[in-house]
Design a protein around this ligand. Structure first.
Ligand SMILES: Cc1cc2nc3c(=O)[nH]c(=O)nc-3n(C[C@H](O)[C@H](O)[C@H](O)COP(=O)(O)OP(=O)(O)OC[C@H]3O[C@@H](n4cnc5c(N)ncnc54)[C@H](O)[C@@H]3O)c2cc1C
Length: 501
């Protein structure tokens, strides 16, 4: 077998997902002459978790003028029908604070919020295209109303994102080496990072460079690390995305004295089809998710509701509800809807690979819910129906306050009686998306050591970074964070390689 020539890179980027692509492109544009990316997966399934995403990016915008700069293809006719509203920097700060119980690292959060719109413009300038987030919209009186501050998604979703970013990297002369697993960081006698030890097809190589950027994800795919950090039971959870995010970046950096940071016992996990594949399926993408639960109820094996399905807009609850399903007996929950809600269900409820039952009576339905105490479940549905405030108008676009009265576990918004046949129910379990704990970085994306000093030549971006998310997460902030800090990491690494840092 012939040897691989990795060249003499100035900057090595580990990974080929969203954060890695932004890091590499930015390093190249900031003057690093030779930038390479090392990716453990084969080329045809590269792109990490990024490939599995819906491609939603969260950033502040003042109105349509900001959005037209990102989506210049929108026609006048569309602009007259689409109502995006606004999403201010203050809204973003509030969402980050509220979802993380105000634990988000204030310095990193400020950069995320303030740099996200400029970073979106930068992505657009580099050939990345966006479209409106139709999955977060409702048609009302001839208008398409978007909600939740998530205005744009990537053209072509996750696969489109990775295709466009990889194309931009290739056009910039960045070489990508696949099936190359980074194993160890190389340090010189002065404590500077000077390269990476990798394996490719069983052979070990030492690649020298002036700077290294870790953009190789968290530990979501690693059952051993999940149970070690997230806790018992998490080893049994399904993985929504890549099988390749095994915590290598964390391990390599912590082995040389990097500081850990953030919520190591926390992760993003959502309701996911009970019979989904153990890792993400490239053909199904994110469609195993089941995110219309605010329109119905969820019951566990005891036939009981166990959370407030309508406590907030879906994009502020889905990332923590997977963990709550994980804690239920048997690690599953059935989502139940009636004919009033069924037309409003998201597209992921119409795929072929789905665990679903239907019935024309509630008595018939509860008997079909495998693993559930049918009598208890029927009682629960009747109790729920009796508690719904039917006089409050239903509005799917805002927190409508149409809740329940007197239940031990309330439903705060969008409560419909489950009373109109046909009925549908969907079996879900916990799907882990990505992990929250990671490395401590400076505001320049430098990886810090346990004394709080930057490790010279080492940078990080994306899931491998800790401190942004705790407990929960506002949808679209993962890709945005990877792009913002990837862009900064590239600039810092290029400056370091040129001796300017
Ligand atoms: C189903 C799903 C849907 C999602 N939807 C959204 C969404 O719409 N919006 C949003 O903001 N976020 C979403 N996310 C989260 C989002 O995917 C992540 O926040 C983001 O992709 C993280 O980017 P990253 O570059 O850090 O990691 P990744 O994209 O996972 O990239 C890490 C890369 O590093 C590689 N790698 C790992 N170890 C090594 C090694 N030792 N050597 C070489 N390479 C290595 C991996 O193979 C991978 O390619 C979703 C995630 C999933 C799974």
């Amino acid at each position: 077998m012939s040897e691989i020539d990795y060249g003499n890179p100035d900057v090595i980027v580990i990974g080929a997902g969203n954060a890695a692509s932004c890091s590499a492109l930015s390093a190249r544009q900031a003057g690093a002459v030779n930038v390479i990316m090392l990716e453990v997966s084969p080329e045809e399934i590269s792109g990490g978790n990024g490939r599995f995403t819906g491609g939603g990016f969260r950033f502040p915008f003042g109105g349509i003028d900001d959005l037209v700069k990102l989506m210049p293809d929108l026609t006048d006719e569309e602009l007259s029908r689409f109502e995006f509203g606004t999403y201010s920097e203050d809204d973003y700060f509030d969402d980050m604070g509220r979802t993380t119980n105000y634990r988000t690292d204030p310095d990193l959060c400020e950069i995320l919020v303030k740099q996200s719109y400029p970073t979106m413009l930068w992505l657009r300038q580099n050939g990345v295209r966006f479209e409106p987030t139709f999955a977060n919209s409702f048609n009302i009186d001839g208008k398409v109303k978007f909600w939740g501050g998530l205005a744009c998604v990537m053209w072509g979703g996750g696969p489109g994102l990775m295709e466009m970013e990889h194309k931009a990297c290739r056009n910039a002369g960045i070489k990508m080496f696949y099936e190359t697993r980074a194993r160890e960081l190389l340090i010189d006698a002065n404590g500077n990072i000077c390269g990476v030890k990798v394996t490719h097809k069983g052979r070990t190589y030492e690649i020298r460079s002036k700077a290294v950027i870790l953009a190789c994800g968290g530990f979501s795919s690693n059952a051993e690390m999940r149970s070690r950090y997230l806790g018992p039971g998490w080893d049994l959870a399904k993985v929504r995305g890549s099988r390749f995010n095994n915590g290598d970046g964390l391990r390599m950096a912590m082995d040389i004295g990097a500081m850990s940071h953030g919520h190591f016992s926390g992760c993003h996990a959502c309701p996911w089809d009970l019979n989904a594949t153990p890792f993400g399926d490239y053909k199904v993408g994110d469609q195993f998710q089941k995110h219309s639960y605010p329109l119905g109820i969820m019951v566990n094996a005891r036939g009981e509701r166990f959370l407030d399905e309508g406590s907030d807009i879906r994009i502020y609850t889905y990332a923590k509800f997977g963990g709550i399903i994980m804690q239920q007996p048997g690690m599953f929950a059935w989502q139940i809807f009636d004919a009033k809600a069924i037309p409003l269900l998201r597209s992921e409820y119409r795929i072929k690979q789905i665990t679903k039952v239907t019935a024309n009576t509630l008595e018939e339905l509860v008997k079909k819910l495998e693993g559930v105490d049918a009598n208890a479940c029927l009682r629960e549905i009747h109790e729920f129906n009796a508690a719904v405030q039917v006089d409050v108008p239903f509005d799917p676009v805002v927190r409508d306050g149409r809740g329940t009265v007197g239940l031990k576990i309330p439903k705060s918004n969008w409560a419909h009686r489950i009373d109109t046949p046909p009925f549908e129910a969907y079996a879900t379990t916990c799907g882990v998306t990505f992990t929250f704990g990671g490395l401590k970085i400076s505001t320049s994306s430098e990886v810090e050591d346990v004394a709080g000093k930057p490790i010279p030549g080492l940078y990080a971006a994306g899931e491998v970074v800790g401190g942004l998310f705790y407990h929960n997460y506002p949808a679209g902030a993962g890709l945005m964070g990877g792009s913002v800090f990837g862009r900064i990491a590239g600039q810092s690494a290029a400056a370091h390689a040129a001796g300017r840092s």
